[in-house]
Design a protein around this ligand. Structure first.
Ligand code: GLA
Length: 392
């Protein structure tokens, strides 16, 4: 838990004003990776790691922003065109500036503000620290401007900030989960219609837990490869749409239809498409399995999903594959898969509650021995999405 009292103390020392507080969580994705930007299905849950923003209005049109994680203060002007600070590499303040711009473009009458940002989502771990930052800042700035935006609107504005300003062509999943998460539930999201259904998790938590294993590695190629996968999917859609009018996204294909058109596609593009099409089916099957408390069935879908991400979509890496293999060797594990964009970051594991201590010890030791990195292991709690924090 974030210590709000000490954040408040720091805010007053730095900015000589009383702040209000806002926070937004990271997420873990249980099923459906790289499907969101193909108008498909995903099943994330918001998790207990949050980014907290303490904020107070200013009289001018400036943002003064301090990050406790980077121990750095940056000032931005809200008037005129803004340049990205990061150049090629993204700088944390690019997310803040992008959100401010997206809010302004949406017609929010922005004030200047002092912001103190404190993130507890492990950075670069694939648990959406950037979405948590964006959504928490968007909630803070829109509230200070006197606007109450719907959670879904906040999510869409934050996605736009990341797409258009930061230059990462991410889908909607992370911002959606951070803004709309529900305690004790995963969210089944249709990324075309943006409909959401709640999938209860709490009822299973007596017998099983979702455990996240952090490989502690992040490979540099992640950003470029992500955008390249999107282009490969778009290429597949272009070829298939020429044969089958009405195909607008890979979401519109069944595995059978894709198989029937296999010869029209370059083999690599075919594999990319096969991942998306089978993964969409797995999200729907996984929701049914969870509702029916079919944990073996859910675990089998997790294993298939990992294989598909590894072999067809090629977004896994040695460390993630090792982590999944180690998990598979521990009794009491139903299934394991990488979660999120890939190329490092975390796996998510469905583990019998009584087996969690043994699981954590075995996986941590095996991973540390093989790689020299001590992994972090977190037992997941599904929490509510972004909210103003009432100071007790
Ligand atoms: C990143 C993106 C999401 C999604 C995942 C992969 O987290 O931000 O939109 O595409 O990768 O599922």
């Amino acid at each position: 838990m974030t210590d709000l009292e000490s954040l408040r103390g720091e805010f007053i020392r730095r900015f000589a004003a009383q702040p209000s507080f806002y926070h937004a969580p990271g997420r873990v994705n249980l099923m459906g990776d790289h499907t969101d930007y193909n108008a498909g299905f995903v099943m994330p849950a918001a998790i207990q790691f949050r980014t907290t923003v303490a904020a107070a209005p200013r009289r001018d049109q400036r943002l003064r922003v301090h990050s406790t994680n980077f121990d750095e203060t940056v000032e931005l002007s809200l008037v005129g065109a803004r340049e990205r600070r990061g150049g090629q590499a993204t700088h944390w303040v690019d997310y803040v500036a992008g959100v401010a711009q997206a809010l302004r473009d949406y017609g929010v009458a922005m004030h200047g503000a002092d912001l103190l940002i404190h993130g507890e989502v492990p950075l670069g771990s694939g648990l959406s620290s950037s979405a948590a930052l964006e959504v928490a800042v968007a909630l803070a700035l829109s509230t200070l401007a006197g606007r109450q935006l719907e959670p879904l609107t906040l999510a869409l504005l934050c996605q736009r900030a990341e797409n258009e300003y930061v230059g990462n062509r991410c889908g909607i999943m992370d911002q959606f989960a951070s803004a709309c998460g529900r305690a004790g539930h995963a969210l089944w999201i249709d990324c075309r219609s943006l409909d959401m259904r709640l999938v209860p998790l709490q009822q299973h938590f007596a017998s099983v837990r979702l455990v996240i294993c952090n490989t502690m590695v992040r490979h540099q190629l992640a950003g470029g490869e992500y955008n390249r996968r999107r282009e490969e999917c778009e290429q597949g859609v272009r070829v298939l749409a020429a044969q089958m009018p009405g195909i607008e996204a890979l979401r519109d294909l069944t595995p059978e239809l894709l198989q029937a058109h296999r010869n029209e596609l370059d083999p690599l593009i075919y594999r990319r498409c096969r991942h998306i099409v089978t993964e969409n089916a797995r999200v729907c099957d996984a929701a049914v399995a969870l509702q029916a408390a079919d944990l073996d069935g859910f675990g089998a879908l997790m294993r298939e999903s990992h294989q598909s991400l590894r072999d067809d979509y090629e977004v896994s890496c040695d460390e993630l594959d090792l982590m999944v293999r180690l998990a598979g060797q521990v009794p009491g594990v139903y299934g394991a898969r990488m979660t999120g964009g890939g190329f490092g970051g975390c796996t998510v594991n469905l583990v019998q509650s009584s087996a969690v201590p043994r699981f954590s010890a075995k996986v941590a030791d095996g991973y540390a021995q093989a790689t020299g990195h001590r992994p972090e292991i977190y037992v997941c709690e599904a929490v509510d999405g972004a909210a103003a924090v009432v100071f007790q």
